[in-house]
Design a protein around this ligand. Sequence first.
Ligand code: CAA
Length: 387
Amino acid sequence: TPVGIHDLSFATTHYALDHAVLAERLGVDRDKFYLGIGQERMSVAAADEDIVTIAAAAAQPILERHGADNIRTVLLATETGVDQSKAAALYLHSLIGLPNAARVVELKQACYGGTAGLAFAAGLIARDPSQRVLVIAADIAKYELDTPGEPTQGAAAVAMLVTANPAILALDPISGLYSADIMDFWRPNYRSEAIVDGKTSVNAYQKAAQEAWSDYRRQGGRELSEFAAFCYHQPFTKMAYKAHRHLLESQGHTAEAADLEAAIGATTTYNRTVGNSYTASLYLGLASLLDHADDLTGKALAMISYGSGSVAEFFSGTVQPGYRAHLRTEANQAAISSREMLDYDHYRALHEAVLPTDGAYHAMAEETRRPFRLAAMSGHKRIYEAR
Ligand code: CAA
């Protein structure tokens, strides 16, 4: 029985910052961002948003369409966790009504976590095809102000219902894997912003993608020429082009600009304006491809996941007949176009704000117009509400 993505839904934050505003502040040409890294805007969390509120907003439409029956596993991947012990997805029970008869777990391995969730889900469904697994990838990417990483921030959540006989994408059982212990990007427990060695991370990403591809081939995977499109993890959209050029050239192919555009272009439309969303970024790329490419029915897609530190996976799938009727293109575009644009001072204030740690009651400023908000902190607990 084929197993894969039956439904896919995306949510992002209330605010966004245009890279022209950031470029002016940093005194750089805005084309360094628009063209050089391929980013035009980035989503920014409001004071009353976190990964739980955007994860709930992404998952709710899936439960509305398909119900919660037989969702016996919920896997939420993030590297923006709100607690060291409790899984973020447990808060979703009260917000969107997850089943109590379910295992609910948080997964972490930098930007790779969502792919781990998808792989674990496929294994559980292979064991019992009547079960369904809800996989959610949610992150808010944050780097220090006035650093090279700052223009590669962003935020999004992607929720996927993984089932047997999926309506959108059937996953091939073969995966190529590559893991290595490196320090290219990390965030110690005491920090709210990631630390990154930019150039090292770009090189590590390219090497890992190529190694995962080699393993995929050794496992009996498809040829490069079989894929209609290549969906890469996108810390910034230019990275997908760089990595694909590197992969093609490593296999003795030339990488003409038009070929790269045909392979990558449609996967980048959403990420270009949402920014890096870590675990969600690859799946936002998939949503973008499905929403913007010509009919992909029966076509094979390559998926290339990378999480710093590092783990990479090269996997693939086949787009299912009738998939277009199951897409959420309008809702996805509305999530992006409805964001409120920030000026620099407001962006900076949000960036510098820290949550109270004294355990007293603190109401959060009412900012977001999204379906869920972080209403308060009280007794060291996060209090959420539906709007
Ligand atoms: N017009 C057009 N292009 C311009 C330009 C202009 N005016 N000015 C500069 N550029 C181009 C540069 O030529 C360069 O292009 P190439 O990469 O093709 O050479 C591009 O803009 C970027 O310029 P720099 O290399 O000078 O940029 P930088 O050093 O300031 O920052 C970065 C780049 C190091 C990647 C930085 O964005 C960063 O640290 N980002 C965070 C780390 C990251 O995203 N790493 C990716 C791999 S790790 C990963 O994938 C996991 C994850 O999610 C974090």
